[in-house]
Design a protein around this ligand. Structure first.
Ligand SMILES: CC(C)(COP(=O)(O)OP(=O)(O)OC[C@H]1O[C@@H](n2cnc3c(N)ncnc32)[C@H](O)[C@@H]1OP(=O)(O)O)[C@@H](O)C(=O)NCCC(=O)NCCS
Length: 169
């Protein structure tokens, strides 16, 4: 299968934070952001694989900044690396200042999606060809993150997680 670039899967969802999406101190619920990220990641995975895709795991989410009511929130998702049937989706979350229009990074997250057939069985996906320095960095680190996710899910023996072990040597 021919490799696809992260740009080919890039998915951008921009939307406001409404009152029903906030907590009692007027900031966006984490679950609302997780749902928006899941949608963006699902579309990116579908653009990359051109198959049905399902969320396999949420590997990492950092809620670094509060997102106030009325904010304009942009989720940008790209497939950072593909393995056999699974894809790592890396997401950056931005909010924009009303007066200056400047964007600032609020959060980031990494999800794993798996491409499946109509019966829900995993199917192969094309590899990723990273282009920018950031895409190359995320591509390289994705193997380590995959091993961590599989070890935590008890789907890989820690002794086989060679990339992870290399971090501690
Ligand atoms: C995700 C799913 C398809 C994996 O199926 P499975 O029978 O475990 O298949 P496998 O063990 O062959 O794994 C398939 C791929 O998923 C990857 N995978 C499975 N669990 C994973 C996890 N926790 N983290 C990262 N990757 C994972 C495997 O590494 C494998 O990747 P590869 O083909 O690139 O090597 C299956 O568990 C499923 O359908 N889950 C429900 C998905 C869903 O409904 N999501 C929405 C939740 S509301």
């Amino acid at each position: 299968m021919e490799a696809r670039t992260p740009l080919e899967s890039r998915t951008i969802i921009t939307d406001l934070v409404l009152p029903s999406e906030t907590n009692p101190i007027g900031n966006m619920f984490g679950g609302e952001l997780l749902a928006r990220m899941d949608r963006a990641a699902g579309i990116a995975a579908r653009r990359h694989s051109r198959r049905i895709t399902v969320t396999a795991s949420v590997n990492h989410v950092a809620f670094n900044k509060m997102i106030p009511l009325g904010s304009v929130v942009t989720v940008e998702a790209k497939v950072s690396r593909a393995f056999k049937s699974s894809m790592e989706i890396y997401m950056d979350v931005w909010i924009e200042d009303r007066e200056s229009g400047m964007r600032s990074k609020a959060n980031e997250a990494i999800y794993t999606f798996v491409a499946v057939d109509e019966m829900g069985n995993p199917v192969p996906v094309p590899p990723v060809k990273p282009e920018t320095d950031l895409e190359k960095e995320r591509y390289d680190a994705a193997l380590r993150r995959r091993q961590l996710s599989l070890v935590l899910a008890k789907k890989m023996d820690a002794k086989d997680a060679t990339e992870l072990k290399a971090l501690f040597q």
